[in-house]
Design a protein. Structure first.
Length: 48
């Protein structure tokens, strides 16, 4: 049972990290004060 609980914890941590990264990528273009935003906008939306 201990191994299963550890696996569940690892999956939960990985999923949380994935959601956090996806959220950061989605929200980044909406925060112009972030230093990397201009580069991201140029790469993904050069028409702006």
């Amino acid at each position: 049972m201990k191994g299963a609980a550890r696996e569940l914890l690892v999956v939960l941590v990985v999923a949380t990290a994935g959601v956090a990264v996806a959220g950061a990528i989605v929200l980044m273009p909406w925060h112009p004060h972030l230093p990397a935003t201009n580069a991201v906008v140029e790469v993904y939306a050069p028409h702006r």
